[in-house]
Design a protein around this ligand. Structure first.
Ligand SMILES: [Fe+2]
Length: 308
């Protein structure tokens, strides 16, 4: 369980923040390529003008092996003190679902901020960050969706959870597994807990008059930003319409499905900001990532914003 709950303050320089997800740095590294260069983001983003880079999960599989190389790569573009990360599902591969504390230490060691269930503050903007997972209910029957996900997603073979046991005697320890594979029910429960945290945060009055509120998650929040829907879609997105109805949210950034789509849900601009795997095909309906990922803050020295 993460205990450091103080908001992360992003110093104001230009008012520009980039939110990107799903770099999958290890997949590029294996074949001698690099994520930003492969998608021309090294040239299309004005890196020196950014106040912060937020990575909304899936930086790399097997974080305890692969995050250090990914952090070294990110350092070529952004100072670690301006880089903020929280895990996606892939960041738990070869790790435990309850390894956030250890992941935070790994980020700390690289000087990078870790923002699982954490608020960021920048000018008059607040950002609430969490993996969020999914409720499996988008198409109605959560049990059916959980069965489909269990059959088809690698998460259930790649991610484990540590069992909370009391002290065990040596003989008990011998026959007692200390960690087991996760189940869709574990994921559903975690979604519920992270959604509760998010709703509690959104219900708090904004600390700035006319301040804006953004949400950054790994998983998708609404079918309108999901693209083509099939049996596996509930493993990638939830339908959080009631949450959108109840809270003022100026923008919602996410990744996971790797489809660079945008949708307007009530007053909220919802955007998928996935970089995605090498060689992944992006359809003609997808939007330019360098435009989707930018948040321009209408602060003291302000001009227009990409999200109104
Ligand atoms: Fe991903």
């Amino acid at each position: 369980m993460i205990t450091s709950r103080t908001p992360i303050e992003i110093p104001w320089k230009t008012g520009k923040v980039a939110v990107l997800a799903d770099l999958h740095h290890d997949s590029y590294n294996k074949i001698g390529r690099e994520p930003f260069e492969s998608h021309a983001l090294d040239r299309s983003l004005q890196w020196a003008e950014l106040d912060a880079l937020i990575i909304a999960g899936d930086l790399a599989d097997a974080p305890f092996s692969n995050w250090p190389a990914a952090f070294a790569y990110l350092r070529r573009f952004m100072a670690p003190s301006q880089t903020i990360i929280f895990p996606g599902n892939h960041d738990y591969y070869a790790a435990c679902l309850n390894a956030d504390v250890e992941m935070e230490k790994l980020a700390d060691a690289a000087g990078v901020h870790f923002a699982q269930q954490r608020e960021l503050r920048h000018g008059n903007d607040r950002y609430f960050c969490t993996t969020l997972w999914k409720n499996f209910s988008m198409l109605g029957d959560a049990q059916v969706a959980m069965n489909v996900a269990h059959r088809h997603m690698n998460d259930y073979a790649q991610i484990s959870k540590r069992l909370e046991t009391g002290p065990l005697s040596p003989s008990e320890l011998l026959g007692h597994p200390l960690q087991v594979a996760i189940t869709p029910e574990d994921i559903q429960a975690l979604h519920k807990a992270q959604r509760r945290w998010l709703e509690d945060q959104l219900a708090e009055p904004h600390w700035a008059p006319n301040g804006r509120s953004f949400v950054v998650t790994h998983h998708g929040p609404h079918p309108d930003a999901a693209g083509q829907i099939d049996d596996l879609t509930p493993a990638f997105h939830s339908d959080l319409t009631s949450l959108f109805d109840e809270h003022r949210i100026d923008g919602w950034y996410f990744g996971h499905s790797h489809r660079r789509l945008a949708a307007q849900v009530g007053s909220t601009a919802v955007r998928n900001v996935s970089v995605g795997f090498p060689f992944e095909k992006h359809g003609p309906e997808e939007l330019p990532l360098e435009e989707l990922c930018l948040v321009l803050a209408p602060g003291p020295s302000r001009r227009n914003s990409t999200v109104e």
